[in-house]
Design a protein around this ligand. Sequence first.
Ligand SMILES: [Fe+2]
Length: 207
Amino acid sequence: MAYTFELPELGYAHDALEPHIDARTMEIHHGKHHAAYTSKLNAALEGHADLHGKSAIELLAELDEVPESIRGAVRNHGGGYVNHALFWEMMTPGGADSPGDDLASAIDGSFGSFDDFKAKFQATAGAQFGSGWGWLSVDGGGQLSVSSTANQDSPHMSGLTPLLGVDVWEHAYYLNYQNRRPDYLVAIWKVVNWDVVGRWYAEAIAG
Ligand SMILES: [Fe+2]
């Protein structure tokens, strides 16, 4: 999608991910935080018609080509726009609780086992100081990696394709978990939609 960007709809009710993510958090997170990233991204791009044909992902992947006067705003709000769109779509009530064969094999090859992957992901996202995200990404050669980014920085900025992203800003979990980010990072596995993550992996390695 290109300019003007619109807030994507949730594919489920605000309370659909309870008890793992509470309805009030989802209401504020989607309806206020993601809405604000969307409107601020649009505002930053308003006077830059030459960029209006680009998708938000393209803007992030080619951030050096964005004029310096709005580069910070596009990085922050464009990142927030893209990251949250992925986050909502990557979650589901009652989806597959583990990856399908192709992604499962790739995870085993890269991390040892599915449990080893989850432990590495939780440790990496848990150790992100302050606000940010934990990621499972794939590069152009099909190699998987776990990483974290600060603020709203995206793996797209590093040439990676994110497959699974978990928001570790306090706004994502504080109402339900307060300071217990590790508990949130255990609960999140209950709502990951592995069907979607597996589809994105297949699309990425197909080029
Ligand atoms: Fe967020």
